[in-house]
Design a protein around this ligand. Sequence first.
Ligand code: NAD
Ligand code: WQD
Length: 346
Amino acid sequence: MAILVTGGAGYIGSHTCIELLAEGHEVVVTDNLVNSKYEAIRRVEEISGHKVTFYGTDLLDRDGLQAVFEKHEVEAVIHFAGLKAVGESVHRPLSYYRNNVMGTLILCETMQKYGVRNLVFSSSATVYGLPERVPITESFPLSATNPYGRTKLMLEEMLQDLANSDSRWSIALLRYFNPIGAHPSGRLGEDPNGIPNNLVPYITQVASGKLASLKVFGNDYSTPDGTGIRDYIHVSDLARGHLSALKQVLGSFGIDAYNLGTGQGYSVLEMIRVFEQVTGRDIAYTIEARRPGDIAVCYANPNKARTELGWQAEKGIQEMAADAWRWQHSNPAGYPVHVDPRRLLG
Ligand code: NAD
Ligand code: WQD
Protein backbone atom coordinates (compact mmCIF):
# COMPACT_ATOMS: atom_id res chain seq x y z
CA MET A 1 0.00 0.00 0.00
CA ALA A 2 1.27 3.46 -0.90
CA ILE A 3 0.86 6.94 0.51
CA LEU A 4 0.11 9.43 -2.27
CA VAL A 5 1.71 12.80 -1.57
CA THR A 6 0.35 15.59 -3.79
CA GLY A 7 2.76 18.52 -3.98
CA GLY A 8 5.50 16.25 -2.63
CA ALA A 9 8.29 18.15 -4.43
CA GLY A 10 7.40 21.33 -2.53
CA TYR A 11 8.83 22.73 0.67
CA ILE A 12 6.70 20.94 3.28
CA GLY A 13 5.89 17.95 1.04
CA SER A 14 9.54 17.03 0.44
CA HIS A 15 10.30 17.09 4.18
CA THR A 16 7.24 14.95 4.82
CA CYS A 17 8.40 12.42 2.21
CA ILE A 18 11.62 12.03 4.25
CA GLU A 19 9.61 11.17 7.38
CA LEU A 20 7.31 8.79 5.49
CA LEU A 21 10.24 6.93 3.93
CA ALA A 22 12.01 6.74 7.31
CA GLU A 23 8.93 4.95 8.68
CA GLY A 24 8.98 2.46 5.82
CA HIS A 25 6.07 3.80 3.77
CA GLU A 26 5.94 3.41 0.01
CA VAL A 27 5.73 6.99 -1.32
CA VAL A 28 4.11 8.09 -4.57
CA VAL A 29 4.30 11.80 -5.44
CA THR A 30 2.24 13.82 -7.90
CA ASP A 31 3.52 17.34 -8.48
CA ASN A 32 3.27 19.49 -11.61
CA LEU A 33 6.41 21.39 -10.45
CA VAL A 34 4.69 24.75 -10.86
CA ASN A 35 6.46 25.94 -7.69
CA SER A 36 9.18 23.34 -7.16
CA LYS A 37 11.92 21.36 -8.88
CA TYR A 38 12.42 17.65 -9.45
CA GLU A 39 15.81 17.99 -7.77
CA ALA A 40 13.97 18.05 -4.42
CA ILE A 41 12.69 14.53 -5.10
CA ARG A 42 16.18 13.39 -6.12
CA ARG A 43 17.54 14.72 -2.83
CA VAL A 44 14.75 13.08 -0.82
CA GLU A 45 15.92 9.79 -2.35
CA GLU A 46 19.55 10.63 -1.63
CA ILE A 47 18.89 11.49 2.05
CA SER A 48 16.50 8.63 2.74
CA GLY A 49 18.18 5.95 0.66
CA HIS A 50 14.74 4.99 -0.69
CA LYS A 51 12.96 5.36 -4.01
CA VAL A 52 10.07 7.77 -4.60
CA THR A 53 7.69 7.12 -7.47
CA PHE A 54 7.16 10.48 -9.13
CA TYR A 55 4.46 11.67 -11.53
CA GLY A 56 4.42 15.18 -13.01
CA THR A 57 0.63 15.01 -13.05
CA ASP A 58 -1.41 18.15 -12.52
CA LEU A 59 -4.32 17.63 -10.12
CA LEU A 60 -6.57 19.25 -12.69
CA ASP A 61 -5.74 16.41 -15.09
CA ARG A 62 -8.42 13.94 -14.02
CA ASP A 63 -7.33 11.18 -16.42
CA GLY A 64 -3.70 11.52 -15.36
CA LEU A 65 -4.68 11.32 -11.71
CA GLN A 66 -6.86 8.28 -12.30
CA ALA A 67 -3.92 6.58 -13.99
CA VAL A 68 -1.91 7.03 -10.77
CA PHE A 69 -4.71 5.42 -8.73
CA GLU A 70 -4.90 2.62 -11.30
CA LYS A 71 -1.18 1.89 -10.99
CA HIS A 72 -0.87 2.07 -7.19
CA GLU A 73 -2.87 0.75 -4.29
CA VAL A 74 -3.23 4.04 -2.43
CA GLU A 75 -3.92 3.73 1.29
CA ALA A 76 -4.10 7.46 2.09
CA VAL A 77 -3.43 10.82 0.50
CA ILE A 78 -1.43 13.65 2.06
CA HIS A 79 -2.54 16.65 0.04
CA PHE A 80 -0.09 19.56 -0.14
CA ALA A 81 -0.52 20.61 -3.78
CA GLY A 82 -1.78 24.15 -4.12
CA LEU A 83 -0.80 27.74 -4.75
CA LYS A 84 0.11 29.64 -1.58
CA ALA A 85 1.15 33.24 -2.26
CA VAL A 86 -1.29 35.56 -0.49
CA GLY A 87 -0.45 38.68 -2.55
CA GLU A 88 -0.63 36.82 -5.85
CA SER A 89 -4.02 35.39 -4.86
CA VAL A 90 -5.41 38.94 -4.61
CA HIS A 91 -4.33 39.68 -8.20
CA ARG A 92 -5.12 36.28 -9.70
CA PRO A 93 -8.05 34.94 -7.65
CA LEU A 94 -9.39 32.70 -10.39
CA SER A 95 -6.08 30.85 -10.67
CA TYR A 96 -6.27 30.19 -6.94
CA TYR A 97 -9.87 28.99 -6.99
CA ARG A 98 -9.16 26.82 -10.05
CA ASN A 99 -5.97 25.31 -8.78
CA ASN A 100 -6.72 24.92 -5.08
CA VAL A 101 -10.48 24.36 -5.03
CA MET A 102 -10.93 22.52 -8.32
CA GLY A 103 -7.70 20.57 -7.83
CA THR A 104 -8.89 19.32 -4.43
CA LEU A 105 -12.36 18.58 -5.78
CA ILE A 106 -10.94 16.42 -8.58
CA LEU A 107 -8.61 14.72 -6.10
CA CYS A 108 -11.51 13.87 -3.76
CA GLU A 109 -13.69 12.64 -6.63
CA THR A 110 -10.86 10.42 -7.77
CA MET A 111 -10.28 9.12 -4.24
CA GLN A 112 -13.98 8.34 -3.95
CA LYS A 113 -13.95 6.52 -7.28
CA TYR A 114 -11.08 4.31 -6.13
CA GLY A 115 -12.46 3.81 -2.60
CA VAL A 116 -9.64 5.74 -0.91
CA ARG A 117 -11.12 7.77 1.93
CA ASN A 118 -8.14 8.64 4.13
CA LEU A 119 -6.93 12.21 3.70
CA VAL A 120 -4.52 14.57 5.45
CA PHE A 121 -5.10 18.11 4.21
CA SER A 122 -2.77 21.15 4.33
CA SER A 123 -4.79 23.93 5.83
CA SER A 124 -3.42 27.07 7.40
CA ALA A 125 -3.68 29.35 10.41
CA THR A 126 -4.93 31.86 7.85
CA VAL A 127 -8.41 30.30 8.31
CA TYR A 128 -8.60 32.11 11.67
CA GLY A 129 -8.73 35.42 9.78
CA LEU A 130 -8.28 38.22 12.30
CA PRO A 131 -8.24 36.28 15.59
CA GLU A 132 -9.64 38.19 18.56
CA ARG A 133 -7.04 36.83 20.97
CA VAL A 134 -4.14 34.42 21.30
CA PRO A 135 -3.29 31.61 21.71
CA ILE A 136 -5.58 30.33 18.99
CA THR A 137 -7.53 27.12 19.57
CA GLU A 138 -9.24 25.06 16.89
CA SER A 139 -12.69 26.19 18.04
CA PHE A 140 -12.04 29.86 17.22
CA PRO A 141 -14.34 31.39 14.56
CA LEU A 142 -13.07 30.97 11.00
CA SER A 143 -12.86 33.62 8.29
CA ALA A 144 -10.68 34.70 5.41
CA THR A 145 -8.91 37.95 4.63
CA ASN A 146 -7.73 37.13 1.09
CA PRO A 147 -8.55 34.75 -1.80
CA TYR A 148 -5.83 32.26 -0.81
CA GLY A 149 -7.26 32.03 2.70
CA ARG A 150 -10.75 31.70 1.24
CA THR A 151 -9.67 28.67 -0.82
CA LYS A 152 -8.49 26.98 2.40
CA LEU A 153 -11.69 27.89 4.18
CA MET A 154 -13.86 26.66 1.29
CA LEU A 155 -11.89 23.43 1.17
CA GLU A 156 -12.21 22.83 4.91
CA GLU A 157 -15.98 23.27 4.49
CA MET A 158 -16.10 21.03 1.43
CA LEU A 159 -14.20 18.31 3.29
CA GLN A 160 -16.48 18.70 6.30
CA ASP A 161 -19.50 18.18 4.02
CA LEU A 162 -17.83 15.18 2.44
CA ALA A 163 -17.14 13.58 5.83
CA ASN A 164 -20.73 14.31 6.90
CA SER A 165 -22.05 12.61 3.77
CA ASP A 166 -20.23 9.31 4.25
CA SER A 167 -18.93 8.11 7.60
CA ARG A 168 -16.22 6.03 5.95
CA TRP A 169 -14.14 9.14 5.22
CA SER A 170 -11.32 9.93 7.63
CA ILE A 171 -9.85 13.41 7.28
CA ALA A 172 -7.36 15.53 9.23
CA LEU A 173 -7.30 19.28 8.57
CA LEU A 174 -3.85 20.47 9.60
CA ARG A 175 -3.67 24.20 10.28
CA TYR A 176 -0.02 25.16 9.96
CA PHE A 177 1.34 28.25 11.62
CA ASN A 178 4.62 29.63 10.11
CA PRO A 179 6.85 26.83 8.81
CA ILE A 180 10.53 27.77 8.54
CA GLY A 181 13.91 26.04 8.58
CA ALA A 182 15.21 23.23 6.47
CA HIS A 183 16.41 19.64 6.64
CA PRO A 184 19.47 19.52 8.96
CA SER A 185 21.56 18.08 6.10
CA GLY A 186 21.28 21.41 4.26
CA ARG A 187 20.14 19.49 1.16
CA LEU A 188 16.38 20.27 1.34
CA GLY A 189 14.77 23.63 2.02
CA GLU A 190 12.50 26.40 0.89
CA ASP A 191 13.26 27.56 -2.66
CA PRO A 192 11.06 30.58 -3.40
CA ASN A 193 10.82 31.97 -6.91
CA GLY A 194 12.13 35.53 -7.19
CA ILE A 195 12.05 37.86 -4.20
CA PRO A 196 10.68 36.01 -1.15
CA ASN A 197 7.34 37.10 0.34
CA ASN A 198 7.98 35.49 3.70
CA LEU A 199 10.18 36.77 6.48
CA VAL A 200 12.72 33.99 6.95
CA PRO A 201 13.82 33.40 3.34
CA TYR A 202 14.09 37.17 3.02
CA ILE A 203 16.31 37.39 6.13
CA THR A 204 18.59 34.55 4.99
CA GLN A 205 18.99 36.20 1.58
CA VAL A 206 19.96 39.47 3.29
CA ALA A 207 22.43 37.56 5.48
CA SER A 208 23.95 35.94 2.39
CA GLY A 209 24.27 39.29 0.60
CA LYS A 210 21.77 38.37 -2.12
CA LEU A 211 19.36 41.07 -0.94
CA ALA A 212 20.49 44.39 0.52
CA SER A 213 18.11 45.05 3.38
CA LEU A 214 14.96 43.71 5.05
CA LYS A 215 11.83 45.83 5.15
CA VAL A 216 10.21 45.42 8.55
CA PHE A 217 6.51 45.85 7.91
CA GLY A 218 5.41 48.09 10.75
CA ASN A 219 6.72 48.77 14.27
CA ASP A 220 3.53 50.30 15.61
CA TYR A 221 1.59 47.13 16.45
CA SER A 222 0.46 46.62 20.04
CA THR A 223 3.26 44.15 20.76
CA PRO A 224 6.23 44.64 23.15
CA ASP A 225 8.58 45.93 20.40
CA GLY A 226 5.85 47.05 17.98
CA THR A 227 6.59 44.42 15.29
CA GLY A 228 4.42 41.46 14.29
CA ILE A 229 4.57 38.25 16.32
CA ARG A 230 4.26 34.78 14.74
CA ASP A 231 4.47 31.12 15.73
CA TYR A 232 7.43 29.81 13.71
CA ILE A 233 7.67 26.03 13.49
CA HIS A 234 10.52 23.90 12.14
CA VAL A 235 9.49 22.27 8.86
CA SER A 236 10.78 18.87 10.08
CA ASP A 237 8.57 19.09 13.18
CA LEU A 238 5.68 19.99 10.89
CA ALA A 239 6.52 17.03 8.65
CA ARG A 240 6.45 14.68 11.66
CA GLY A 241 3.03 16.09 12.50
CA HIS A 242 1.78 14.64 9.22
CA LEU A 243 2.92 11.17 10.25
CA SER A 244 1.02 11.50 13.53
CA ALA A 245 -2.05 12.74 11.66
CA LEU A 246 -1.73 9.92 9.15
CA LYS A 247 -1.76 7.33 11.95
CA GLN A 248 -4.82 8.98 13.44
CA VAL A 249 -6.61 9.06 10.06
CA LEU A 250 -5.80 5.42 9.35
CA GLY A 251 -7.12 4.37 12.76
CA SER A 252 -10.40 6.30 12.90
CA PHE A 253 -13.27 7.84 10.94
CA GLY A 254 -14.63 11.38 10.70
CA ILE A 255 -12.97 14.76 10.36
CA ASP A 256 -11.00 16.90 12.78
CA ALA A 257 -8.83 20.03 12.66
CA TYR A 258 -5.47 20.41 14.43
CA ASN A 259 -3.20 23.39 14.96
CA LEU A 260 0.41 22.59 14.14
CA GLY A 261 2.49 25.24 15.85
CA THR A 262 4.84 25.56 18.80
CA GLY A 263 2.62 27.78 20.93
CA GLN A 264 5.37 30.38 21.16
CA GLY A 265 5.56 33.69 19.35
CA TYR A 266 8.56 35.71 18.14
CA SER A 267 8.54 39.28 16.84
CA VAL A 268 10.22 40.37 13.62
CA LEU A 269 12.96 42.16 15.59
CA GLU A 270 13.52 39.06 17.74
CA MET A 271 13.86 37.00 14.57
CA ILE A 272 16.44 39.43 13.19
CA ARG A 273 18.46 39.08 16.40
CA VAL A 274 18.28 35.27 16.33
CA PHE A 275 19.54 35.24 12.73
CA GLU A 276 22.32 37.70 13.54
CA GLN A 277 23.52 35.35 16.27
CA VAL A 278 23.26 32.23 14.16
CA THR A 279 24.86 33.67 11.01
CA GLY A 280 27.38 35.92 12.75
CA ARG A 281 26.36 38.63 10.29
CA ASP A 282 24.48 41.90 10.57
CA ILE A 283 20.98 41.89 9.07
CA ALA A 284 20.35 45.36 7.65
CA TYR A 285 16.76 46.51 7.94
CA THR A 286 14.52 49.53 7.63
CA ILE A 287 11.17 50.13 9.28
CA GLU A 288 8.43 50.46 6.68
CA ALA A 289 4.65 50.82 6.66
CA ARG A 290 2.50 47.88 7.76
CA ARG A 291 1.83 45.30 5.04
CA PRO A 292 -1.89 45.35 4.13
CA GLY A 293 -3.73 42.37 5.56
CA ASP A 294 -1.12 41.59 8.26
CA ILE A 295 -2.22 40.94 11.82
CA ALA A 296 -0.31 41.91 14.97
CA VAL A 297 -0.04 38.57 16.76
CA CYS A 298 -0.68 34.98 15.75
CA TYR A 299 0.31 31.91 17.72
CA ALA A 300 -1.24 28.53 18.38
CA ASN A 301 -2.53 26.66 21.31
CA PRO A 302 -1.11 23.30 20.15
CA ASN A 303 -2.62 21.20 22.97
CA LYS A 304 -5.15 19.36 20.81
CA ALA A 305 -2.45 17.95 18.53
CA ARG A 306 -0.43 16.94 21.60
CA THR A 307 -3.26 15.16 23.38
CA GLU A 308 -5.07 13.66 20.36
CA LEU A 309 -2.23 13.06 17.89
CA GLY A 310 0.58 12.57 20.39
CA TRP A 311 2.63 15.15 18.50
CA GLN A 312 4.43 18.27 19.59
CA ALA A 313 7.08 20.53 18.10
CA GLU A 314 10.54 19.87 19.48
CA LYS A 315 12.96 22.17 17.72
CA GLY A 316 13.62 25.65 19.09
CA ILE A 317 14.07 28.92 17.26
CA GLN A 318 17.91 28.71 17.20
CA GLU A 319 17.77 25.34 15.48
CA MET A 320 15.18 26.61 12.98
CA ALA A 321 17.43 29.56 12.15
CA ALA A 322 20.61 27.46 11.98
CA ASP A 323 18.98 25.00 9.57
CA ALA A 324 17.47 27.77 7.42
CA TRP A 325 20.91 29.38 7.21
CA ARG A 326 22.72 26.11 6.37
CA TRP A 327 20.28 25.58 3.49
CA GLN A 328 20.66 29.15 2.18
CA HIS A 329 24.43 29.11 2.57
CA SER A 330 24.97 25.80 0.77
CA ASN A 331 22.32 26.40 -1.94
CA PRO A 332 22.57 30.12 -2.73
CA ALA A 333 20.65 29.68 -5.99
CA GLY A 334 18.17 27.15 -4.60
CA TYR A 335 17.78 23.80 -6.35
CA PRO A 336 19.45 23.36 -9.74
CA VAL A 337 17.24 22.27 -12.66
CA HIS A 338 18.53 19.02 -14.17
CA VAL A 339 15.80 17.30 -16.09
CA ASP A 340 12.08 17.85 -16.41
CA PRO A 341 10.67 14.45 -15.46
CA ARG A 342 7.26 15.36 -16.88
CA ARG A 343 8.79 14.30 -20.19
CA LEU A 344 9.55 10.90 -18.71
CA LEU A 345 6.53 9.96 -16.60
CA GLY A 346 2.91 10.73 -15.88
P1 NAD B 1 5.10 24.65 -2.12
O1 NAD B 1 4.66 25.61 -3.17
O2 NAD B 1 6.55 24.51 -1.85
O3 NAD B 1 4.50 23.19 -2.41
C1 NAD B 1 3.28 23.02 -3.09
C2 NAD B 1 3.55 22.04 -4.22
O4 NAD B 1 2.35 21.79 -4.94
C3 NAD B 1 4.57 22.58 -5.23
O5 NAD B 1 5.60 21.63 -5.39
C4 NAD B 1 3.76 22.77 -6.51
O6 NAD B 1 4.54 22.54 -7.65
C5 NAD B 1 2.64 21.76 -6.33
N1 NAD B 1 1.39 22.08 -7.03
C6 NAD B 1 0.69 23.24 -7.00
N2 NAD B 1 -0.41 23.13 -7.76
C7 NAD B 1 -0.44 21.87 -8.26
C8 NAD B 1 -1.33 21.16 -9.11
N3 NAD B 1 -2.43 21.72 -9.60
N4 NAD B 1 -1.05 19.88 -9.41
C9 NAD B 1 0.07 19.27 -8.93
N5 NAD B 1 0.95 19.91 -8.12
C10 NAD B 1 0.70 21.20 -7.80
O7 NAD B 1 4.31 25.07 -0.78
P2 NAD B 1 4.49 24.52 0.70
O8 NAD B 1 5.00 25.65 1.52
O9 NAD B 1 5.21 23.22 0.72
O10 NAD B 1 2.96 24.33 1.09
C11 NAD B 1 2.31 23.08 0.97
C12 NAD B 1 0.85 23.26 1.37
O11 NAD B 1 0.78 23.81 2.67
C13 NAD B 1 0.07 24.22 0.47
O12 NAD B 1 -1.23 23.71 0.30
C14 NAD B 1 0.04 25.50 1.28
O13 NAD B 1 -1.10 26.29 0.98
C15 NAD B 1 -0.02 24.97 2.70
N6 NAD B 1 0.51 25.90 3.70
C16 NAD B 1 1.77 26.40 3.56
C17 NAD B 1 2.26 27.29 4.51
C18 NAD B 1 3.63 27.92 4.37
O14 NAD B 1 3.87 28.96 4.99
N7 NAD B 1 4.56 27.33 3.61
C19 NAD B 1 1.47 27.64 5.61
C20 NAD B 1 0.21 27.10 5.72
C21 NAD B 1 -0.27 26.22 4.77
C1 WQD C 1 5.86 37.07 9.17
C2 WQD C 1 6.05 38.42 9.87
C3 WQD C 1 5.30 40.28 8.56
C4 WQD C 1 8.25 39.78 5.37
C5 WQD C 1 2.10 33.94 5.58
C6 WQD C 1 0.70 33.74 5.03
C7 WQD C 1 0.01 32.64 5.78
C8 WQD C 1 0.85 31.35 5.79
C9 WQD C 1 2.26 31.61 6.20
C10 WQD C 1 0.13 29.90 4.03
C11 WQD C 1 4.87 39.36 9.71
C12 WQD C 1 6.80 40.34 8.77
C13 WQD C 1 7.51 39.65 6.52
C14 WQD C 1 9.10 40.92 5.24
C15 WQD C 1 8.39 41.66 7.44
N1 WQD C 1 0.93 30.77 4.49
N2 WQD C 1 7.57 40.55 7.53
N3 WQD C 1 9.13 41.82 6.30
O1 WQD C 1 2.32 36.77 6.89
O2 WQD C 1 2.55 35.45 9.04
O3 WQD C 1 2.01 34.27 6.95
O4 WQD C 1 2.83 32.69 5.45
O5 WQD C 1 -0.89 29.49 4.49
O6 WQD C 1 -1.23 32.46 5.16
O7 WQD C 1 0.00 34.97 5.17
O8 WQD C 1 4.27 35.18 7.22
O9 WQD C 1 6.68 35.28 6.80
O10 WQD C 1 5.13 36.71 5.40
O11 WQD C 1 5.50 37.30 7.81
O12 WQD C 1 8.46 42.49 8.35
O13 WQD C 1 9.78 41.13 4.23
O14 WQD C 1 7.17 39.09 9.26
O15 WQD C 1 4.73 41.56 8.61
O16 WQD C 1 4.75 40.09 10.89
P1 WQD C 1 2.72 35.55 7.57
P2 WQD C 1 5.45 36.08 6.70
